[in-house]
Write a protein that binds this ligand. Structure first.
Ligand SMILES: [Zn+2]
Length: 365
């Protein structure tokens, strides 16, 4: 059988992901635009862009949006799924009237540097808030802030931080610890899951693209690819819609019972603030939006957390370009991208059916 093996879809780094994406999109006849991030460069001083590939008419009634790299380093999986979409014969002939928009590396800094955050140390998936309003801080985050983002990361400091987190989990439960850490915070710019004090370049670009590229679409399906939560290789479809909503019912009809909401405590994710989901709703008011985050599990939550904590320490208190930073950079890359064939096979197989189901759902009479 001809064609590319699924492991070949997944890039070695941001730059090769971008190159393969642009080449495949051009070969398929997609229109390409590169948006240069004026605030950041890559590790070798290279330019960083978000690349957008578009198929179909702006006046289309139905549109599918597939996004990668909201959380930078999670872009290996997202870029791979987008390349799969562009290469798979099953998607070679989209239904008439369907518009397709692929946003590659909406947070190119994070992808290029192997970071979950952007150039401002901001979690883009917590950045969509009204920055003029003061936000409450989760009391658990306040208690644990020095364990979440310690200024030192020698063995003794790390052990003390781990002990504080374990004590919190014993008292309040493991999911409560996850909530405290990941809900999103706006008080500590040097901490984790910091939602920012202003609208980031990536957030502004996404809002612009939503308003511009889907202005006349009545139905929009969105799949934003993430990694780092859940069982190894399993892709959970996460929605922020409550069970009572029409969007939740629609997502369930399209994708089945694998759609889980953060509003009911059924998802692997905590209910978070300022996510991209809010941006979809606010910027596509005229459309029926069916949006899911496709979240692939990698390794145990505490391992992923330790990788994030070490990376945060490295960029705030160390030097990411020094030779001894390599171990930490490898640790965070692996935490969000198990570079193994079995994982990639699972990721692409799941994405393939999620994309096909989204198209079927969009084209429902
Ligand atoms: Zn993510």
């Amino acid at each position: 059988m001809a064609g590319q093996a699924e492991q070949d879809y997944f890039p070695a780094d941001y730059a090769s992901g971008r190159t393969h994406f642009r080449k495949a999109a051009a070969a398929r006849g997609f229109a390409l635009t590169a948006y240069l991030n004026p605030h950041a460069k890559g590790p070798a001083g290279e330019d960083l862009t978000t690349d957008v590939a578009i198929w179909g008419d702006r006046a289309a009634e139905q549109a599918l949006l597939i996004m990668s790299g909201t959380h930078g380093v999670e872009g290996y999986a997202g870029s791979g799924c987008q390349l799969g979409f562009l290469n798979d014969p099953g998607f070679a002939n989209p239904p008439r009237g369907l518009r397709i928009v692929l946003i590659h590396a909406i947070n190119p800094y994070g992808f290029a540097w192997n970071r979950r955050v952007n150039e401002d140390n901001v979690d883009l998936n917590r950045n969509f808030v009204d920055h003029s309003v003061r936000k409450a801080l989760h009391p658990g985050y306040e208690v644990l802030k020095d364990a979440i983002a310690p200024a030192q990361l020698d063995a003794k400091s790390e052990a003390a931080a781990d002990a504080a987190l374990a004590a919190y989990a014993r008292e309040h439960g493991v999911f409560a610890l996850q909530e405290a850490i990941t809900q999103g915070q706006y008080a500590y710019p040097g901490g984790l899951y910091f939602g920012g004090a202003f609208e980031t370049w990536s957030a502004g670009l996404l809002k612009h693209l939503l308003r511009r590229e889907f202005a006349s679409c009545g139905r929009v399906a969105i799949v934003d690819v993430h990694t780092g939560l859940g069982p190894y290789g399993y892709g959970e479809l996460i929605t922020e819609e409550p069970k009572s909503s029409g969007a939740y019912a629609r997502a369930r009809r399209w994708w089945g019972d694998t759609v889980l909401s953060t509003k009911n405590g059924e998802s692997v994710s905590a209910d978070v603030t300022g996510s991209v989901d809010g941006a979809f709703a606010q910027n596509l008011l005229h459309a029926d939006v069916t949006a899911c985050c496709l979240e692939y599990g990698t390794y145990a939550t505490h391992e992923v957390f330790k990788a994030l904590r070490a990376d945060n320490w490295l960029h705030l208190h160390g030097d990411p370009l020094r030779q001894d930073a390599k171990e930490i950079k490898a640790q965070i890359r692996r935490a969000f991208y198990p570079d193994c064939e079995d994982w990639k096979e699972l990721v692409w197989a799941r994405a393939r059916s999620v994309f096909a189901q989204a198209i079927d759902g969009l084209m429902e009479p």
